[in-house]
Design a protein around this ligand. Structure first.
Ligand SMILES: Nc1ncnc2c1ncn2[C@@H]1O[C@H](COP(=O)(O)OP(=O)(O)OP(=O)(O)O)[C@@H](O)[C@H]1O
Ligand SMILES: [Mg+2]
Length: 680
């Protein structure tokens, strides 16, 4: 294919796995397919070739992925196709090739049937996610619905870690292509401390890194928690920091400065975490976890790709799909905390993490080292992970009650099912239903399904989400609202109670209630140190709590946020990961908007204005008085808006552009924009 040659100049020829797939006909015939080939074997390209073929024949394609980070990576990669007249984007209405996250695709299958029916090919990347607790049921039901509504659409599923292929293939009505070629050989080993003459794991990591530096190789280390990523990065960078050659040190310092520029640009002081990160980077090591700013993570990934970092320490959030030049992956922690205590991670996760080592764009070979304390432990780990098989992927649909709730409401709201029998029919067509009807031991669960559906319906009718009518079950306006959102049913019901119970709007209490819902991302404590201050903060605002945990930390941080405190101050005050503040504040603002809609369907109209105000305060992190400025002047931001008001007051009509520029951070362009706003 010419287009591929042009967009991927570094690809000289297809590899054996890719050739085998093509030889088996997945490009030519109209069947569904599962492409089960190892990590780094170029599955993306296989998906893309099918996509291009379909589009050139006049068709439309959706490429769906589990995470926004993967979505961004793929969009960047696929944008090259636009040179050849193929439009690429996030929305299938406006693109030939749409890259969507599972959640958006799910909504499409419920409410945009016309668009769905136009799709000729659906590619599901990281298909094994179907067995994951939160995203699995979403993609499972979305696929089921598309198979019902658009039976002519082809499905191609991509995954490196599926073992029960026959079962999944039967459900998807798909042919299976399996191959064990990996373009870059990956050597998997368990290493015990005595083999490296090390007393503890971190010391072993330093030794491995020192060798890698000599060979100019880079390392990615997986540990189990955010805090461990930081502690390990600090430890390693201190150990090797002194021996860095001058030129290299200069590169590291530049990266560190880039990290520090981010808060600078937004006019605030760097948080502790940010300072710590910069400090580690000066020693060549960066930590990577979900508590960092998106931009910081991008810099770390890019600079690692450019060879400007020795090592990244990461949480498992980096284990799927990414391409990094880490010849060696070290898995330091192989246990994870669960409600039953620490548990060994599945072979599945081990395989995905190992799979980040030795990617074809960067390396000729890859090494995965799992660290064990003693030879005995190493023996056990070898047996479990290296000899062991990836666990079968099974549906989590019924385990995740909210997912079932959402799918039932979605089916009814969309007019796809209007009685219990039709609902049961739908669930029987899901992967869950498939596993259940094909397994003779699972009959009890079939009864269970019926019971689940009936008791859910009762619950919905009681909560006015669904109502029975002579022509079948219908969604109420409240039900429609839930069906159109991704918020959990629990949150929706809770907010509805709140809407009807609340006489006066208590801003801070409302924020706290929102923070207690399962839909809020937390701002989490770094250590226990900040707990008393959080308690005091809440008390000051009339909220009395017994236990202080992450919801409380989040609420008090957001209260500070809308009173114009910086992330730096919040971090110091409560000892939390304040880099999550913006994301939490954004989500809270969206939840308040959702709450306003709920008030409306509940017939409570009195708070509308106050809720709009609170949405804006959370979104921009401001007190009420400067909302018009931050909303009215694009990119002004809260810091400069406050300076403006302090200098000139609220009326800017008589202030000229030169005077405006005397305010710190305001240049000619911004001054012009402010003037334009003031004249309106
Ligand atoms: N035939 C080829 N020759 C050289 N490089 C290739 C070839 N095919 C794909 N690649 C490159 O190999 C890298 C890995 O491919 P890709 O990300 O598609 O892996 P994957 O199979 O999806 O792995 P994972 O399961 O880890 O997501 C990419 O950088 C891709 O551009
Ligand atoms: Mg991939």
């Amino acid at each position: 294919m010419k287009i591929i040659k042009d967009c991927y100049p570094f690809i000289e020829k297809l590899n054996p796995a890719q050739k085998a797939a093509i030889k088996q006909g997945y490009l030519e015939d109209q069947h569904n397919y599962i492409l089960a080939i190892p990590t780094a074997s170029g599955k993306t390209l296989l998906g893309l070739m099918a996509a291009i073929k379909t589009i050139l024949e006049g068709g439309k394609v959706i490429y769906t992925v589990p995470l926004i980070s993967i979505q961004n990576e793929k969009i960047k990669e696929f944008k090259e196709l636009e040179k050849h007249g193929i439009s690429v984007g996030k929305d299938p209405r406006s693109s030939d090739l749409a890259i969507m996250v599972f959640e958006s695709f799910d909504i499409l299958t419920r409410f945009s049937w016309n668009t769905l029916k136009e799709i000729d090919l659906l590619i599901v990347d990281e298909f094994h996610m179907i067995g994951e607790y939160t995203r699995g049921p979403i993609i499972e039901c979305a696929i089921t619905r598309s198979m019902i509504l658009n039976p002519g659409m082809r499905i191609i599923a991509l995954s490196a870690t599926l073992s029960n292929l026959e079962e999944i293939g039967a459900w998807l009505n798909a042919k299976v292509i399996q191959h064990d070629y990996r373009p870059v050989p990956l050597y998997k080993e368990v290493i015990s401390l005595d083999m490296l003459n090390a007393r503890e794991k971190n010391e072993a990591i330093v030794k491995i890194l020192q060798d890698a530096i000599k060979d100019e190789n880079q390392i990615l280390v997986f540990v189990s928690t955010r805090r461990f990523t930081e502690a390990l990065a600090t430890f390693v960078s201190q150990k090797i920091g002194k021996k860095i050659p001058k030129e290299t040190r200069k590169k590291f310092n530049e990266v560190a400065d880039k990290i520090l520029e981010i808060p600078q640009k937004s006019g605030s002081a760097p948080t502790f975490t940010c300072l710590k990160l910069a400090e580690c980077i000066r020693g060549g090591v960066a930590f990577h976890h979900a508590g960092l700013f998106t931009r910081q993570r991008e810099i770390i990934e890019d600079e690692f790709r450019n060879g400007n970092l020795y090592m990244i320490t990461a949480t498992p959030s980096l284990m799927y799909g990414v391409n990094l030049p880490s010849q060696t992956v070290i898995i330091r922690d192989y246990t994870r905390w669960t409600r039953q205590g620490p548990k060994w991670i599945p072979v599945f996760d081990y395989e995905q993490m190992s799979g980040r080592a030795g990617r074809p764009q960067y390396d000729q070979v890859g090494y995965s080292y799992l660290l064990a304390k003693s030879p005995e432990e190493a023996y056990q780990l070898r047996e479990y992970y290296i000899q062991g098989e990836v666990e079968p992927t099974s549906s989590k649909l019924i385990e995740n009650k909210d997912a079932v709730y959402h799918q039932i409401i979605g089916q009814i709201a969309a007019g796809l099912s209007d009685n219990p029998d039709e609902l049961i029919e739908f669930f029987k067509k899901t992967f869950y239903g498939h596993q259940l009807t094909n397994n003779p031991n699972m009959n009890i669960f079939a009864d269970n399904l019926e019971y689940e559906i009936n008791s859910s319906l009762e619950f919905f009718i009681k909560n006015e989400i669904i109502r029975p009518t002579p022509t079948g079950l219908r969604a109420t306006p409240f039900g429609l609202l839930i069906a159109n959102s991704n918020y959990s049913v629990e949150t929706s019901i809770k907010l509805r109670h709140l809407a009807t119970e609340m006489d006066e709007l208590d801003t801070y209490k409302l924020i706290y209630e929102i923070c207690k819902t399962p839909d809020m991302p937390f701002i989490s404590f770094k250590t226990r140190k900040g707990k008393d201050r959080v308690r005091e903060k809440l008390q000051e605002n009339g909220i009395f709590v017994m236990d202080v945990g992450n919801p409380e930390a989040t609420a008090s941080s957001l209260i500070e946020w809308i009173n114009e405190r910086s992330e730096y101050e919040i971090e110091n005050l409560f000892n939390v990961y304040a880099a999550s503040t913006r994301r939490a504040a954004y989500e809270a603002s969206q939840l308040i908007r959702f709450f306003k809609k709920i008030c409306e369907v509940a017939g409570v109209y009195g708070h509308s204005q106050a809720l709009d105000m609170l949405t804006a305060r959370l979104y921009y992190g401001v007190k009420e008085d400067i909302i018009p400025f931050v909303v009215g002047v694009k990119r002004l931001g809260r810091v400069r808006a406050r300076r403006l008001v302090k200098t000139f007051g609220y009326n800017l009509e008589n202030v000229n552009e030169d005077e405006l520029q005397k305010v710190d951070g305001i240049g000619p362009k911004m001054a012009a924009a402010i003037k334009k706003y003031a004249k309106r």
